[in-house]
Write a protein that binds this ligand. Structure first.
Ligand SMILES: [Zn+2]
Length: 241
């Protein structure tokens, strides 16, 4: 009887351990984009509406599913077209990437950017930036300031990550420097982020709202290297600053 009593807590502990392992496996599967859409209980993400919840796992599933990702990227939301995979050097190059000239009603010249990032960017521009622009300025953003996507380099500005490849090295990141409205008014992070007033409020609000879509979303408050742009990526780290 005593032996049986001792075994019971052990059985409970082993069941708890197995449940924990299963939970870690499921969360990790979604985080790395390893759970295919056909096995996922979550519906595919759509550009037609602002996704209400579970945005990150519905984006990460697109990483290894080019067919699904390209089927989602449609006009009038974005004029994306796929470009061939390319390896350009040590841990540099891209897979499942696209090029485009407009996104969410705003012009921008981008090539290459991973398909997963292009979906995240479209959702942010169309369902966060443009509604806020209409609300605060009564007009839409017609151009996004672009400081580039692909660059075969390591992370800069942070000694802790010295020697680590940037997400830019795999075209899984984009740098945005500002916004131009339909009436010609333009806002730049370099000039307006630290000022008082509506333009600074707009920049801070669109930055806050970007964190639903990008795993890493860094602005001028993060460090000096980002004084003039937002850095967005969908790598494996998480940071919203
Ligand atoms: Zn960047």
């Amino acid at each position: 009887m005593q032996r049986q009593a001792r075994r019971k807590p052990r059985r409970i502990l082993s069941k708890l351990f197995l449940a924990l392992v299963l939970l870690v496996a499921v969360v990790g599967g979604y985080w790395f984009g390893l759970i295919p859409q056909r096995w996922s209980p979550l519906s595919p993400i759509s550009l037609d509406e602002r996704p209400p919840f579970l945005v990150d796992p519905r984006l990460s599933v697109l990483r290894f599913d080019p067919a699904l990702c390209h089927a989602i990227l449609k006009e009038p939301h974005i004029d994306a077209s796929p470009i061939p995979d390319r390896a350009t050097g040590a841990n540099c190059g891209w897979t499942n990437a696209v090029k485009f000239t407009h996104v969410g009603g705003a012009q921008i010249g981008v090539e290459p950017l991973t398909c997963e990032m292009a979906v995240a960017l479209t959702l942010w521009v169309e369902h966060e930036v443009q509604p806020l622009a209409r609300e605060m300025y009564g007009q839409e953003v017609v151009r996004l300031g672009d400081m580039g996507t692909y660059d075969c380099r390591n992370i800069v500005g942070n000694p802790m990550w010295k020697g680590v490849r940037s997400e830019h090295a795999s075209a899984n990141a984009i740098d945005i420097s500002g916004f131009t409205f339909a009436n010609g008014h333009s806002i730049s992070l370099k000039r307006d982020w630290k000022r008082q007033g509506k333009d600074a409020e707009f920049l801070r609000a669109v930055h806050r709202r970007s964190c639903r879509y990008f795993r890493v979303s860094l602005g001028p408050d993060f460090n000096a290297a980002h004084h003039d742009h937002f850095h967005f990526d969908r790598g494996l780290m998480w940071s919203c600053r």
